[in-house]
Structure formats: C-alpha cells, structure tokens
Ligand binder design. Sequence first.
Ligand code: GLN
Length: 190
Amino acid sequence: MKIAVLALQGDFAEHRKKLEECGAETFEIRQKKDIMTEFDGLVLPGGESTVIGKLLHELDIYDILKEKIEAGMPVFATCAGMILLAEKIENDDKVHFGTMHMTVKRNAYGRQLGSFRTDAAVKGLGEVPMTFIRAPYIADTNGAEVLAYVEGKAVAAREENQVALAFHPELDENNDIYRYWLDIVKNYTK
Ligand code: GLN
C-alpha cells in the first residue's frame, strides 16, 4: 500500500509517521511531478483550507486529484482537509474538491477557544482521543455517514472511501483510526 500525503501545509510528517507505524509506505506530494506515480490512497492534512485550496490550483494538481477521488481513491482528511472535501462550507462561499455530501462550518468553535482535547466514540472503534485546533464541524450531511459526535456536533464522517475528521489523530497516541482507513485502502486495492 502506497499512500500519498499532501505536503503543502500542516502535519504531513506526523501523518507519514503514523501511517508507517501501521505498515503503509508513504510519500509526499509537493508538486505536480509527485502525483505522476501510482498510489493507493491520499491524505489531506490540516492547515488553512483557503491556502491549501489556492495552492492546489497554482501547482496544477487540483484536477488530477479531484479526478482520482471521484474515481474512488480512498482519502483520509483532517481538519482543513475535511473542509476541502465538503460539498458546501456554511460560512465560506468556496468549494474545493466537494466530493463529500456534507456541509461543514469553518472555525466552528470560535477562534479564541478553538483548541481543545477530548475523548469520544467513533462508530466501530470505541473511544479515541481527539485534538481540535480551530476545527470545523459537520453542520449537515446529505449522504456522508457521521462516525462521531462531540457535544452534539458531528466531527467525523465517511462516504464510501473518503474519511473526514474535524480533529487531528496525528497528534495523539492512538492509531485506530489510521488502521480503520488503511483497511478501506486494502479493500480498494484488492
Ligand atoms: N481553521 C482552518 C480552516 O478553516 C482549519 C484548521 C486546521 O486544519 N487545524 O481551514
């Protein structure tokens, strides 16, 4: 299994470490030539969704990645990555990949009190630690399945091979959610 980690912003190094701990091979996408190689899954780390969205176009990698995702490539998206996948952003008129049928709200916990840690159950996995940093939440879904709630707000969702998390699993010890997604990749590559 070869996983591409978008390395334009955010914790791409931490994601690679986690994925490799779970037995996957990883590499970074920094420019167009990097996506010319074959890979089985894509990780979209956090950062600032507007900046990442702009860079995807400037680097001319947006169309190729969108095509791959639409063709079923598994995606693991955290925080800003989740915003990139949402078909609608409640407080922003932009749409990036728009491949998950859900509406998200950016900076949904307020800018000052925006960072916190908690534990909550993820469907099929039990409790996992969750670190939120100026996180979005899922305000509505129109096809995406909610996998976790924190204080009544949906914070994780899956739609076919796409898994989107409002929190940052790369910052916690627990690797269950990576294994959960890597199983999706395994089934996809079978
Ligand atoms: N606030 C960021 C955004 O709206 C997301 C934050 C994050 O990725 N940690 O894009």
